[in-house]
Ligand binder design. Structure first.
Ligand code: F6P
Length: 534
């Protein structure tokens, strides 16, 4: 039977409401002094200000009603309870267990998970402490001063982003170098200034089959081998994977292999041992604080049913804008340079989760699903793509991220002033009348007029501590799941990335100079020839 999820009374009520909202303009709505207070909510340490959205408190209520009608709260409860919510892989998606209170009772397939989660977290912390204190040293008894973390996708993006975001809270005991791309440039550049005798290589791969990661790991292993030899190698290798045997076969000593379970999705894994790079940077106490911040948002997720829920609303805004305003993309603009990698992490988290066109039941969707997520830090974006945001033909909802702790200097004040200015300019625009009143050249008015009514959400995190950054990550994890549940897709699988991996494997011999496989399409065959030209 066709899925009529957006034909329900709740969806129809929202559509009717949208026609009314479409006749309004934010420059009129933002006159109301009570609006920000009634459309701003908290989640853990975060403050989420929806007051610049296309809509009002009725909109928020209708979005919550739509979420309820689509079973979103039930699915969230199933997710945090360890039920199988990833139907195509028959797995739970219990990433919230990774930061749950240790006495929490949680199980998957009837088996307790918390003892394993706690054991692994403690083992990683002990290992990190041993390495960073110098108790655990290299093959030549040198301290391990540099940690090269090799991984890609969820085994890189989140950890790399959080490590960068928490820069002001690093212990400074080791230097971190993240490597993901199989392009030799990245690993070669990372290794060039390093001394193998004082370098630890950490291989992160949920499956331990990702070819880019294994190729980089092999190259790094060779680099180490030349200096420390086979007997010294174990002092310089660490791995995080569900495939513990594969890590052992690679030469990683058993006490430096840290596992995690298949119900931790790659893009949801940074609070697991996959976050070991973060822990090397902020220390075990910083990692505990990161998990505490994540838990503070987890706890808010299902705390007060019937009360406005920031994570649910943030997720449902994606439905509101794609389904009812026809938007195709969403920009994430952190006004904090240390959050520069947030858009990249959210691209995988949201687009790999919800960039799908069939429902969990395999039925084609007749509605839009994930928007294209993109972004860059402010103020840089203002000098790159904000022209389109202000006057382009595409309506692009913006998530601004603000960090009030960035203060105490004129430059910091400039940053904050620009954040507020851009949110205001997008909302209010500038009318021809305003321009005339300001004496603008009549011939330039059409070029200077700004439509405004361009929505944004302003997410405030108090500072860039592990606690606050963890809360931000968890907020978006839950908003992603909410949107996926609402769209009826499976937010936890990623079948669409498999074919490319297979084709690359098939083409590798031809790229290396071998024969072109029979049946290769004309463009690929021509491109292979192009690659071979001297
Ligand atoms: O992009 C596909 C993917 O499977 C992601 O979901 C995952 O985070 C990434 O590749 C890396 O996978 P692994 O951690 O198994 O190396």
């Amino acid at each position: 039977m066709a899925d009529d999820r957006f034909q329900t009374p709740e969806a129809q009520a929202l559509r009717t409401h949208q026609t009314a909202i479409a006749r309004l303009h934010l420059r009129d709505l933002l006159v109301d002094p009570s609006r920000p207070g009634s459309m701003t909510f908290t989640a853990g340490p975060l403050t989420i200000d929806f007051s610049r959205m296309l809509g009002d408190t009725t909109t928020l209520d209708l979005l919550e009603s739509l979420a309820a009608s689509l079973g979103v709260p039930q699915k969230l409860r199933a997710m945090v309870s360890g039920d199988v919510v990833n139907a195509t892989e028959q797995r739970a998606a219990l990433h919230t267990a990774l930061r749950a209170n240790r006495e929490t009772q949680l199980s998957v397939d009837g088996a307790d998970v918390m003892s394993d989660v706690t054991h692994t977290a403690n083992a990683v912390s002990a290992y990190v402490e041993a390495v960073t204190s110098g108790a655990r040293r290299g093959a030549t008894d040198d301290r391990l001063t540099d940690v090269v973390v090799i991984g890609i996708g969820g085994s890189d993006l989140g950890p790399r982003m959080v490590t960068a975001a928490t820069r002001s809270h690093h212990t400074g005991r080791v230097r971190l170098h993240f490597v993901a791309n199989v392009d030799p440039a990245e690993l070669d550049a990372a290794l060039a200034p390093l001394d193998p005798t004082s370098t630890l290589v950490v291989v992160i791969s949920k499956t331990f089959t990702t070819v880019e990661t294994l190729a980089n790991a092999a190259a790094a292993r060779s680099w180490l081998l030349d200096s420390v030899g086979e007997t010294g190698l174990p002092n310089h290798l660490c791995a995080v994977t569900t495939a513990v045997d594969a890590a052992a076969a690679f030469g990683v000593p058993a006490d430096a292999v840290f596992g995690f379970r298949d119900w931790v999705g790659g893009r949801f894994s940074l609070s697991s041992a996959v976050g070991i790079g973060i822990e090397f940077a902020v220390g075990p106490s910083g990692m505990r604080s990161l998990r505490d911040g994540m838990r503070s948002v987890d706890d808010a997720l299902l705390a007060d049913p019937g009360q406005p829920n920031a994570a649910v609303l943030l997720g449902m805004l994606d439905i509101w804008y794609t389904q009812y305003f026809g938007t195709k993309t969403k920009a994430v603009i952190p006004y904090a340079q240390d959050l520069a990698l947030l858009p990249s992490h959210l691209q995988q988290l949201q687009m790999e989760s919800n960039g799908k066109s069939v429902t969990v039941d395999g039925q084609p969707v007749s509605w839009p699903t994930s928007p294209i997520v993109w972004g860059a830090p402010g103020t840089n974006g203002q000098h790159a793509f904000f022209q389109l945001l202000h006057q382009g033909t595409n309506l692009v909802p913006v998530d601004f991220i603000g960090v009030p702790s960035i203060s105490g200097s004129e430059r910091a004040d400039l940053l904050q002033a620009n954040l507020l200015a851009q949110a205001a300019a997008l909302s209010l625009g500038r009318t021809a009348a305003d321009l005339r009143a300001s004496g603008a050249d009549e011939s330039l008015i059409p070029h200077k007029e700004m439509p405004g009514n361009r929505p944004s959400t302003l997410i405030w995190l108090p500072d860039l501590s592990p606690f606050s950054v963890g809360a931000l990550v968890a907020l978006y994890e839950h908003a992603t799941a909410v949107a996926g549940f609402a769209w009826g897709v499976n937010p936890f699988d990623q079948w669409g990335v498999e074919r490319g991996k297979e084709l690359a494997s098939d083409l590798l011999p031809a790229v290396a100079g071998g024969i072109v496989p029979d049946g290769t399409d004309a463009s690929t065959a021509a491109s292979l020839q192009h690659l071979r030209r001297p």
